[in-house]
Design a protein around this ligand. Structure first.
Ligand SMILES: Nc1ncnc2c1ncn2[C@@H]1O[C@H](COP(=O)(O)OP(=O)(O)OP(=O)(O)O)[C@@H](O)[C@H]1O
Ligand SMILES: [Mg+2]
Length: 412
C-alpha cells in the first residue's frame, strides 16, 4: 500500500519531515477538519516508540511524556478516542488519570487555565504533544517546554489559527532561527483529500465570510476586519410583516442598559420549526427606563407569545435577572461567549436562516452596519452593540440549549 493511500500529501510531507529533519518543536496549524490531529496521532505513536527505545538505552524505568490539552474531556475526545478509532487502541487511564503505552507513562497536563500549572511541575519529560495550543494558558505552555529539557525532546503542537498577535504565532511560528528548531506546517481544508467533497462544499457555503472563513477554511492567522456580520444582506433578509409564517417558537434576548448610548434592548425572535428560519419580530429599545418599565414590556411579550417564553439575559445585572424571575418571567442567564455567539449568528445569517420584519428593522439596521471588529483585540468594538448583543444572547443561547439537549440525549 502506498503512503498516499493512507495519508494526505500534506500529512505525508509532515511525516517525512518528522522522520528526517531534527527539530525541537513541530507546529501543525490551520483549517478545521484538515487532518492535523490525524497525523499528530500518528506522530504521537512514533514519539512513544522513540521514547520507549531511548529510555531502554538509558536504563530509565519510568519515562514520562506529556499529553496536553485544554481539559481532561478534550484530551479524551480529541486524542484518546481518536487513537481508538484510528488504531483500535483502547487506552484506559490509571487512578492518576495517566495513560500507559510501550512502557511510557503518559502524563496529562490541562492547559486551559493556570490551574494546570501544578500538573506540569516537578518532572522531566521526553516530549510533549499539545492539542489545541492556542487555547493554552501561556504559562502552562512555557512550563511544558521547561519539562521537555532532555536532549532530543520533541514538542508537537496542533491548533486552529487565532489572532495574528497570539503568542503561538509571534513567539514560535514566526521564530525562524534555526537554533530554535521550530517547524510549522499550515493546513487548509483542501489539504484533507479524505473528506467527502460534498461536505467540504457545504462547509464552505455555510462558513461566514471574512475572519471565520479565512481561519476555518484557509487556516490563516487573521483578525476581524470591517463589519462583523458581513453576510447580512438587507435586500433579502428584511421582509414584509405579511411574510411571517404561523407557528413560530418564540424567545427573547435582553441586554440591560440605562444611559444614553447604552440602551436597554429586548429583541423578540421566533423560529419556524419547518424551515429552521429565525424571524426577528420585535425590538424594544430605550434609555432612562427603570426595571419596572421592562417588566411591563416582558409581560406584554408573554401575553402575546406565551408565559413560558425564555428571556436570555445579560448576566452582568443579576439583580435585574432575579427581579424578572420574581415577576414570573422566565429570565435566564445567557452564555455571553462573544466569539462563539458571533460565529453562530453569522452562520445562520450566511445560511439565509435569519430574517427581520420590516416594521422593527430600523434599530437593527442602524447597528448592524456599524458593528465592527477591533482589529487589535480581535473582538468587536463596544460600539453600536446593544441590539447586536441582545439578539446574539437570544439566538445563540436558544439554539445552544437545543443542540446540547440533542447531544445529551444521544449520550445519556
Ligand atoms: N489520512 C487519513 N485517512 C483517513 N481519514 C482521515 C485522514 N486524515 C484525516 N482523516 C479524517 O478527516 C477528519 C478530519 O481530520 P482531523 O480530525 O485530523 O482534522 P483536524 O485538522 O484536526 O480538524 P480540527 O481543526 O477540526 O480539529 C477526521 O474524521 C479524520 O478521521
Ligand atoms: Mg483536531
Amino acid at each position: 500500500m502506498a503512503l498516499n493511500d493512507v495519508l494526505t500529501p500534506k500529512q505525508a510531507e509532515v511525516l517525512h519531515t518528522y522522520l528526517t529533519v531534527p527539530f525541537k518543536m513541530m507546529i501543525n496549524v490551520g483549517a478545521v477538519r484538515a487532518g492535523k490531529t490525524y497525523i499528530d496521532n500518528i506522530l504521537l505513536m512514533y514519539e512513544l516508540r522513540r521514547v520507549a527505545n531511548l529510555a531502554k538505552k538509558r536504563n530509565d524505568k519510568h519515562p514520562q511524556f506529556i499529553l496536553a490539552g485544554a481539559s481532561s474531556g478534550s484530551i479524551y475526545n480529541n486524542i484518546i478516542a481518536e487513537l481508538s478509532r484510528q488504531f483500535g487502541l483502547d487506552l484506559r487511564p490509571d487512578k492518576h488519570n495517566h495513560y500507559h503505552l510501550f512502557g511510557v507513562d503518559i502524563v496529562p497536563v490541562y492547559t486551559a487555565s493556570i490551574a494546570g500549572l501544578s500538573g506540569a511541575r516537578g518532572f522531566t519529560s521526553y516530549g510533549a504533544y499539545v492539542n489545541e495550543t492556542t487555547l493554552a494558558n501561556r504559562e502552562v505552555f512555557n512550563e511544558i517546554r521547561n519539562r521537555c529539557s532532555m536532549e532530543g525532546s520533541h514538542i508537537i503542537c496542533d491548533s486552529n489559527p487565532d489572532i495574528p498577535t497570539h503568542w503561538l504565532k509571534t513567539d514560535f511560528i514566526d521564530n525562524h532561527d534555526p537554533v530554535a528548531g521550530i517547524i510549522t506546517y499550515t493546513f487548509t481544508i483542501d489539504d484533507n483529500t479524505f473528506l467527502d467533497p460534498d461536505y467540504v462544499t457545504s462547509l464552505k457555503a455555510s462558513t461566514p465570510k471574512g475572519m471565520f472563513y479565512d481561519r476555518a477554511i484557509n487556516g490563516l492567522w487573521v483578525t476581524g476586519d470591517g463589519i462583523v456580520y458581513q453576510d447580512f444582506n438587507k435586500d433579502t433578509m428584511v421582509i414584509d410583516d405579511s411574510e411571517i409564517p404561523d407557528g413560530l417558537e418564540y424567545y427573547c434576548g435582553v441586554d440591560w442598559g440605562f444611559a444614553r448610548g447604552h440602551e436597554n434592548v429586548i429583541t423578540v425572535m421566533g423560529d419556524d420549526p419547518d424551515t429552521d428560519i429565525t424571524y426577528l419580530t420585535d425590538i424594544f429599545s430605550s434609555t432612562g427606563k427603570y426595571i419596572d418599565y421592562w417588566v411591563d414590556i416582558a409581560h406584554q411579550i408573554q401575553e402575546q407569545h406565551g408565559y413560558n417564553i425564555n428571556f436570555w439575559c445579560d448576566s452582568a445585572r443579576p439583580e435585574y435577572v432575579s427581579y424578572f424571575q420574581q415577576k414570573s418571567i422566565n429570565a435566564r442567564n445567557a452564555d455571553k461567549s462573544v466569539m462563539d455567539g458571533i460565529e453562530y449568528c453569522s452562520q445562520r445569517i450566511k445560511m439565509g436562516k435569519f430574517k427581520i420584519l420590516r416594521s422593527c428593522a430600523k434599530p437593527f439596521l442602524d447597528d448592524v452596519f456599524q458593528y465592527v471588529w477591533d482589529p487589535v483585540k480581535g473582538v468587536p468594538k463596544k460600539e453600536h452593540d446593544n441590539v447586536m448583543d441582545s439578539f446574539r444572547y437570544g439566538l445563540f443561547n436558544q439554539h445552544k440549549r437545543v443542540e446540547n439537549t440533542a447531544i445529551n440525549s444521544i449520550y445519556f
